[in-house]
Write a protein that binds this ligand. Structure first.
Ligand SMILES: Cc1cc2nc3c(=O)[nH]c(=O)nc-3n(C[C@H](O)[C@H](O)[C@H](O)COP(=O)(O)O)c2cc1C
Length: 385
């Protein structure tokens, strides 16, 4: 795909995926907040995500939301394994829509990384202390093979074929619930060492059956899930997949594997690939890609170029200029930000002012804009009489 040229900033041009028109190309990347009880979204999630819609983001993705109860990473992760979860989620999509953003939900299953403490409680496996102090009771993690995440973690139970059938069914039920809750977009979490990444990566998948060994076999369950979800989620709404484009430098899952996976996902009808990396523990002497600004953009660029599938760039993208440059150079189609959005939920509106001048006020809610535009005029330097 060629670099693109338009007069206005591309970041604030609409982007179309199936029947969905994203008003701009700023995406709030999914961020677990560990604030749920029994998976239910509450006022915290509404306010936290609502701020991004008021801040002008085109697409607000909700954090990894578990398709099964034991697929939660921590006791505070969101879930969608019950019909009762829909109501709280619908409040959020209603608010996002009312304020001009599209709503996305990331569906996931933590697999071997389930049953852990919140990051600020140590991030390790849940143990007796967590039960005593916080009533957080450990549960059994699942994975492709009996390979623990690290030396401190419990050995997960390898998923058998009956478990896979139930899992596929639960992803589908979750996708139906997400549609009912009003989400415009789904993102399937195949990254960061969670269950489906554990099937993809040769570092974590040591199975000897049809789901292990060659790439084709390792992709079998993730592709089956993508296909099944695509079939049940409304045809006019897009489904994205987030991958770890590489496990590390020169080891494990590779960018060539990602290109092949992206091709196969596109053939199923997946609409875009979000390009993250890492999440699987690497053998001694091997390292992750270094976390420099924009470190994952080369993956988004290569997948986009070699497969023609739209990509979402994410990872250490902070400035409006950097985001606009990525789009202009044809390296990705959408720009996702996580930590920068936590720091500044008005990032999109602020970026619009930087790139579009006073036209950028259109991304601000009228109730703020009326005051802020006037204040900007008052603050502007005046010519001396
Ligand atoms: C607090 C926090 C929670 C996160 N939770 C998720 C998640 O639920 N799903 C996911 O795919 N990535 C998650 N991520 C990764 C981000 O979506 C993003 O890919 C990563 O932080 C790099 O982007 P950044 O440099 O803009 O923060 C999380 C990151 C942070 C900081």
């Amino acid at each position: 795909m060629e670099p693109r040229s338009t007069n206005g900033p591309l970041l604030f041009e609409p982007f179309v995926l199936r029947n969905l028109v994203l008003p701009n190309r700023v995406v709030v990347s999914p961020m677990s907040t560990y604030g749920a009880q029994e998976g239910y979204a509450d006022d915290f999630h509404l306010v936290h995500l609502g701020r991004f819609a008021l801040g002008g983001a085109g697409l607000v993705m909700m954090e990894a939301t578990a398709v099964q109860r034991h697929g939660r990473g921590t006791d505070g992760c969101l879930g969608i394994w019950l019909d009762g979860h829909v109501q709280g989620l619908r409040r959020i999509t209603t608010f996002l829509h009312r304020h001009g953003s599209k709503a996305g939900l990331q569906l996931g299953h933590s697999g071997p990384k389930a049953s852990t403490q919140r990051p600020w409680h140590g991030g390790g496996p849940l143990g007796v202390e967590d039960a005593v102090r916080r009533r957080e009771y450990a549960w059994e993690p699942l994975s492709a093979s009996a390979t623990p995440v690290d030396e401190a973690s419990p050995t997960p139970r390898p998923l058998d074929e009956a478990g896979m059938d139930i899992l596929v069914e639960d992803w589908c039920v979750a996708a139906r619930r997400a549609a009912e809750a009003g989400f415009d977009v789904l993102e399937l979490h195949f990254a960061h060492g969670y269950l489906l990444h554990a099937f993809l990566s040769p570092l974590t998948n040591q199975r000897g059956d049809d789901y292990g060994g060659p790439l084709e076999n390792r992709m079998r369950l993730p592709l089956r899930i993508a296909r099944a979800v695509r079939e049940v989620f409304p045809e006019d709404r897009p489904v994205l997949v987030r991958i770890s484009a590489v496990d590390g430098m020169d080891i494990g899952w590779s960018i060539d594997d990602s290109v092949e996976l992206a091709r196969r996902l596109a053939a199923i009808g997946i609409d875009a690939i979000t390009c993250s990396s890492g999440g699987v523990k690497l053998p001694k002497g091997h390292v992750l890609v270094s976390r420099d600004p924009g470190f994952q953009i080369p993956f988004a660029e290569r997948i986009r170029r070699e497969t023609g599938v739209p990509t979402v760039a994410v990872g250490m993208i902070r400035s409006a200029e950097q985001a606009e440059g990525i789009l202009r150079e044809g390296r990705a189609d959408l720009i996702a930000l996580a930590r920068e959005m936590l720091f500044n939920p008005n990032w999109a509106g602020q970026a619009a002012l930087e790139l579009e001048g006073s036209r950028g006020w259109r991304w601000w809610p009228e109730t703020f804009r009326w005051w802020l535009e006037r204040r900007a005029r008052q603050l502007a330097p005046r010519p001396r009489p």
